[in-house]
Write a protein that binds this ligand. Structure first.
Ligand SMILES: [Zn+2]
Length: 218
């Protein structure tokens, strides 16, 4: 066995045929004379830049059968596949597609999720427990929750949710509950903001005022 020659043939041949067992000896030993497969080549015209290039005939036949374009190199292939859309545009498209899909397949997705949870319940619970025990994860969660409750949008949503919850608890799902919610919303809108209250009661820049007063006395 000559390793260098074998190596050269492995590169030039088609791979698996190079290490075929010898049909003559049947001994199961690899032969010194590998079956050289040299593919026939075809000249193609790049579908992007129009230059000529060499491609294996098999590759060309396959592309023709599937109706696919051939390119001279990977650069041309890449350029030909570019759509010119920005990443934001593509994200928006995907989000729109996902929302439609989620709505259309809601039942199926939910049942699949439930089945998955039921099947892997033990593993999932174990994984969640391990995560909770990880100080890094706890810190990340703490930060996330902190940011969440400070987000004005989330605060407003929670306020509205609580308002509805309290009204329904008190009056049930009635018109009375709706009226109470509406009144509370109106009060919320009409109530002066904190800066306004502070201005009206003369409690603006208290700290600075005290400092100035102290400075004037000296
Ligand atoms: Zn090209």
């Amino acid at each position: 066995m000559e390793p260098i020659r074998a190596c050269v043939f492995a590169v030039r041949g088609s791979g698996w045929l190079d290490h075929q067992r010898s049909p003559r000896t049947g001994s199961g030993q690899a032969t010194n004379k590998p079956n050289r497969m040299v593919s026939s080549m075809t000249i193609i015209t790049c579908a992007f830049c129009g230059k000529d290039a060499n491609r294996r005939t098999g590759e060309v036949n396959r592309a023709n059968r599937a109706g696919l374009p051939l390119y001279c190199d990977r650069k041309c292939s890449s350029l030909a596949h570019k759509t010119g859309k920005t990443i934001e545009h593509r994200r928006a498209e995907k989000a729109a597609y996902d929302s439609v899909r989620r709505a259309a397949l809601a039942d199926r997705i939910l049942s699949e999720k439930r089945a998955y949870y039921r099947k892997h319940r033990a593993v999932l619970l174990e994984r969640m427990a391990a995560r909770r025990a990880n100080p890094k994860h706890r810190e990340a969660m703490r930060r996330y929750q902190h940011a969440y409750v400070r987000n004005p949008h989330n605060r407003a949503a929670k306020k509205a949710y609580d308002r509805r919850l309290r009204a329904v608890k008190e009056f049930g799902e009635t018109d009375m509950a709706e009226a109470v919610i509406a009144v509370h919303e109106l009060c919320e809108m009409l109530r002066p903001s904190k800066p306004e209250i502070r201005t009206n009661t003369g409690r603006v820049n208290l700290c600075q005022k005290r400092k100035r007063r102290a400075h004037a006395k000296e």
